[in-house]
Design a protein. Structure first.
Ligand code: GLN
Ligand code: ZN
Length: 760
C-alpha cells in the first residue's frame, strides 16, 4: 500500500519562516535572504518525508503567507490598487496579505477568512469586472523542479479552480460563472506546463466540494473539470477533498476522468457509505485515515479495520488504496522532537506531523501483512489505547451530569438588564473600548519567559505586570477610552493561559501551528477532565480596578473557544468536554463579579470554527450544545453585571439568531476587513444584543484616520440604533506596536467624540 501527504507544515521546525519573514518586514534582511530561508525549509520538509518513505509527497505546499493567495497571484487575481503601487512581485504579494503604507501609497490588505472549519486563515481573492484570470506565475513549476533537483519526485499541489472561484469575493457585477472559461483556460495552461516539465501528478485541493453542493454547483464543478481533464495530457490528476464527505456529489465526481480521488474518512462521516456505492476501477483512492487535525496517535486497529471495510464495500483491491492524511498537516505541529519537558507517559500518545509520517508507513506495512496481531508495531500501538494516566475526575463528571435546564438561562430578560446596566454604568453614547490585549512588547514577553524559566521570582513577575497594567490604564485614561481593560500582559495566548490554570490540560513547548501568515498558535492539549484549579484572572482585574475610577472590563476566554483552540480529546464528546470547561469558566465569572468587576467579557473568538460545513448539520451537531454552553458560563451573574462577548470575523450573518441567543449584553466583532453586510442582517433580525463592529483592522500596522472611522461609524449608525452602538477596534492589540496602537486609538476616540457632536 502506498502512502501520501496532502501538505506539510511550512513554517519550519522552529518557525524559521516566521522569523525570517518578520525580519524581512522590518527591513533587516533582504528578499534574497528571505527566499533562501524559505528554500531551506522546503528542502528539509522534502527530506523528512522522503526519508519516512512517503510515496506521494507534495510540492508547492509551501507558501510565504497563504496558499489561496498564492493561487490568486498565480492566476493574476490581483486588484488594481495593489498593482498600482508599482512594487516588486514579492512586495506586491505581501501588500495584498498585510496592507501597505509607505511612500508608494496606502492600501488595506485583502479580507481574511477562516479556512473552512480550521483556525487557519486564508486571504480572500478579490475579483472585479476588470479581473483577467490567466496564468501569470511560475511558483508551482519552480517548486516542482526544485524538489526534483533534490531528488524528490513530487505531486504538484494547489488550490483547485472550483474552490478558488467559490472562495473569491466578487466586487463588481460579474459572478463566478462569468469566469468559467477564463479559469478553465488558465488551469489548462498550467496542465500544459506541467506536461512540459514532466510532472507526473497534480493535486487539486477542492475542500469546497464537502460543503452542501446543490445541482447547480455540481454542474459548475463538472463543467470545469470535464474540460480540464480532457486537457491533462500525461499528467495524472488527483482531486483532493477534505474536512468532510462529498455526499450527494459522489456519483458525479467519481464519474469524471480523475486519476485519483482523495476522500476524508476522519471528518467525512458518510465517506464509507459513499464508497459502498462502488469506486471506479483504474483510479486511485487516496484514503484520508490519519487525522491531519489532531495530535493523538492513530489507533491502528481501527484504521486497518476501516481499510478492510473500504476494500470490501467498494470492491476495490488494497493496491488501489493510497493511505493518506485526512487533510494537510498544516494544521498540526511539526515534530515531537521539540518537546523536551513532556514525559514519555504523555508524549507516547501524540503524533505531530513528523510522527504521522511514521504512522502512515507503519499502517501501510501492516496492511500488507496477513496477520499483524503479533507485529511489534501493532502491539505497541494498541497498548496505548488501554488506559491513559491522569484522565478521570469523578467530581467533574458528576457536576456535568447535574446541570439543569434552568442553568442555561440568565434572568432577568435582556431588555430589563439593558435598562439596569445603562442606569448603573452611565456611559456616554457610543462608548469606546478595546477588545482586551495591548501590545505584547519585548519586555512583556521577556518578563513571562523569565518567570517561566525561574529566572525571576513570582513577586518580580507580578510587580512588572502591575506596572504595565497601571501604565496601560493611564494611557487609556489619557486617550479618553470609556471602558478600560487591563491589557492582558499575563497571557501568552488566550487559550493556553486559561489551560494553565485548569486541571486536565497538557502543554507543549514548541508545538506551533500556523494561524495566518507569520502568526502561529500553540494549542494546549485537553488530556483529562477539566476543572478550575485556582482563580485565573481575578487578581489582575482587581488590581486594574484599583488603578482607575472608570469601569474595568474583566477578560476571559469562553468555553467553545477554549475547546476549539485546544487539541480536543477523542475519548469523550466535544459537547461534554465543552460543558466541563464552561463550568470552570463559570466559577471564574462569579469570582470576578464577587470581586467587584461589573463588566466581564467572555471571548468566543472561535465560536464559528467547528460549525459544520453543511448547513443541515449546524444546529443538530453543534449550535444546539455550543450556544447553551456559553450561556451556562454567565447565567449566574446579577442583572447589573454587563456581559460582553467578542468574536473574530463577522462571518455570522447566517447564524445571527444563534449569536443573539448567546444572550450576552454586548458583542464586539470584526467588520473592517469584510464588507458591512453583516449590519443589514443584524437589522433584519432585530438583533437585541448591543454591538461594537470593529472600526479598524488590527491585523495590519496601518493607522486609520479619524475621517475613515467616522465614515465607518456613519455607515453603522444607518443600520444600528445609536443606543446600541459601541466603538472599538476589531480585535485585540497584542500583535501591534505601541506607537501605532496609541495613534489608532486616539483617532478612534476622536471619531467617537466627533459623532457625539463633542468636537472635530
Ligand atoms: N481579548 C482577546 C485580545 O484582545 C481577544 C483576542 C481574539 O479575539 N483573538 O487579545
Ligand atoms: Zn478577535
Amino acid at each position: 500500500m502506498k502512502t501520501a501527504i496532502i501538505g506539510y507544515p511550512r513554517i519550519g521546525e522552529n518557525r524559521e519562516l516566521k522569523f525570517a519573514s518578520e525580519q524581512f518586514f522590518r527591513g533587516e534582511i533582504n528578499e534574497a535572504e528571505l527566499t533562501k530561508a524559505a528554500k531551506e525549509i522546503r528542502r528539509k520538509n522534502l527530506c523528512i518525508q522522503k526519508e519516512a518513505g512517503i510515496d506521494f509527497i507534495s510540492s508547492n505546499d509551501f507558501s510565504f503567507y497563504d496558499n489561496v493567495l498564492d493561487a490568486a497571484v498565480l492566476f493574476n487575481i490581483v486588484p488594481e490598487r495593489y498593482k498600482k503601487l508599482g512594487l516588486g512581485e514579492l512586495e506586491t504579494y505581501f501588500a495584498m496579505a498585510r496592507g501597505y503604507q509607505g511612500n508608494k501609497g496606502d492600501v488595506k490588505a485583502l479580507a481574511m477568512k477562516k479556512w473552512f472549519n480550521t483556525n487557519y486563515h486564508y486571504l480572500v481573492p478579490e475579483i472585479d469586472d476588470t479581473t483577467e484570470i490567466k496564468l501569470v506565475g511560475k511558483k508551482p513549476f519552480a517548486e516542482y523542479l526544485e524538489a526534483k533537483e533534490l531528488g524528490v519526485e513530487t505531486k504538484v499541489a494547489l488550490v483547485g479552480p472550483f474552490t478558488l472561484l467559490n472562495l473569491a469575493k466578487y466586487t463588481g457585477t460579474k459572478k463566478k460563472e462569468d469566469f468559467t472559461d477564463a479559469v478553465i483556460e488558465a488551469y489548462t495552461k498550467l496542465l500544459g506546463y506541467l506536461n512540459e516539465i514532466g510532472a507526473g501528478w497534480v493535486q487539486f485541493d477542492e475542500p469546497y466540494a464537502v460543503k452542501d453542493i446543490d445541482a447547480a454547483e455540481a454542474q459548475f464543478f463538472t463543467q470545469i473539470y470535464t474540460k480540464l481533464l480532457a486537457a491533462k495530457g500525461s499528467v495524472k490528476v488527483l482531486l483532493q477533498t477534505y474536512f468532510g464527505d462529498v455526499r450527494d456529489f459522489y456519483d458525479k465526481l467519481s464519474g469524471l476522468d480523475f486519476n485519483g480521488i482523495g476522500i476524508d474518512f476522519i471528518e467525512g462521516r458518510k465517506s464509507l457509505e459513499l464508497i459502498a456505492k462502488g469506486f471506479p476501477k483504474g483510479k486511485l483512492l487516496f484514503a484520508g485515515l490519519v487525522n491531519g487535525k489532531n495530535i493523538w496517535r492513530n489507533d491502528y486497529r481501527k484504521t486497518l479495520e476501516t481499510i478492510g471495510a473500504i476494500a470490501a464495500k467498494s470492491g476495490i483491491g488494497v493496491e488501489q488504496i493510497v493511505l493518506n492524511t485526512s487533510c494537510s498537516l498544516l494544521h498540526v505541529p511539526n515534530s515531537l522532537k521539540g518537546e523536551k519537558r513532556l514525559t514519555e507517559d504523555y508524549k507516547k500518545h501524540f503524533a505531530f506531523a513528523e510522527e504521522k509520517l511514521t504512522e502512515l508507513s507503519e499502517i501501510a506495512a501492516l496492511a500488507g501483512l496477513n496477520d499483524c496481531s503479533k507485529d511489534a508495531r501493532f502491539t505497541t500501538n494498541q497498548a496505548l489505547f488501554a488506559k491513559r494516566i491522569d484522565t478521570v475526575d469523578e467530581a467533574v463528571k458528576k457536576r456535568v451530569a447535574a446541570i439543569q435546564d434552568a442553568d442555561y438561562t440568565r434572568l432577568p430578560s435582556f431588555e430589563e438588564r439593558e435598562r439596569i446596566q445603562k442606569a448603573k454604568l452611565n456611559l456616554p453614547l457610543f462608548p469606546t473600548t478595546t477588545i482586551g490585549s495591548f501590545p505584547q512588547t519585548t519586555d512583556v514577553k521577556k518578563n513571562r519567559t523569565q518567570f517561566k524559566k525561574g529566572e525571576i521570582t513570582k513577586e518580580q513577575y507580578i510587580a512588572f505586570n502591575e506596572r504595565k497594567i497601571a501604565e496601560c490604564i493611564a494611557l487609556q485614561e489619557e486617550l479618553g477610552l470609556d471602558v478600560i481593560v487591563h491589557g492582558e500582559y499575563e497571557r501568552n495566548d488566550m487559550v493556553e493561559y486559561f489551560g494553565e490554570h485548569l486541571s486536565g490540560y497538557v502543554f507543549t513547548e514548541n508545538a506551533w501551528v500556523q494561524s495566518y501568515g507569520t502568526r502561529c498558535v500553540k494549542p494546549p492539549i485537553i488530556w483529562g477532565d477539566v476543572s478550575r484549579k485556582e482563580a485565573i484572572t481575578v487578581p489582575w482585574s482587581k488590581f486594574a480596578k484599583s488603578c482607575t475610577a472608570k469601569p474595568v472590563k474583566g477578560m476571559l476566554t469562553g468555553p467553545v473557544t477554549i475547546l476549539n483552540w485546544s487539541f480536543p480529546r477523542e475519548d469523550i464528546t466535544l459537547r461534554d468536554s465543552t460543558l466541563q470547561i464552561a463550568l470552570a469558566i463559570r466559577d471564574e465569572v462569579l469570582d470576578l463579579e464577587a470581586n467587584g468587576i461589573d463588566i466581564i467579557q467572555i471571548d468566543e473568538a472561535a465560536l464559528r470554527e467547528k460549525l459544520p460545513l453543511r448547513k443541515s448539520d449546524w444546529y443538530s451537531e453543534y449550535l444546539d450544545w455550543a450556544i447553551p454552553a456559553f450561556r451556562l458560563v454567565h447565567s449566574g451573574v446579577k442583572a447589573e453585571t454587563q456581559i460582553h462577548t467578542h468574536m473574530c470575523y463577522s462571518e455570522f450573518t447566517d447564524i445571527i439568531p444563534a449569536i443573539d441567543a448567546m444572550d450576552a449584553d454586548v458583542i464586539t466583532f470584526e467588520a473592517s476587513r469584510s464588507d458591512l453586510q453583516i449590519l443589514d442582517s443584524l437589522k433584519e433580525h432585530h438583533f437585541k444584543t448591543e454591538v461594537g463592529p470593529g472600526v479598524y483592522d488590527i491585523h495590519s500596522p496601518r493607522i486609520p484616520s479619524v475621517e475613515e472611522i467616522v465614515e465607518a461609524l456613519t455607515k453603522m449608525r444607518a443600520k444600528i440604533d445609536d443606543r446600541k452602538l459601541w466603538v472599538n477596534p476589531d480585535c485585540g492589540l497584542k500583535t501591534r506596536g505601541e506607537s501605532e496602537t496609541k495613534a489608532s486609538l486616539l483617532n478612534l476616540v476622536k471619531a467617537a467624540q466627533c459623532i457625539r457632536g463633542e468636537k472635530g
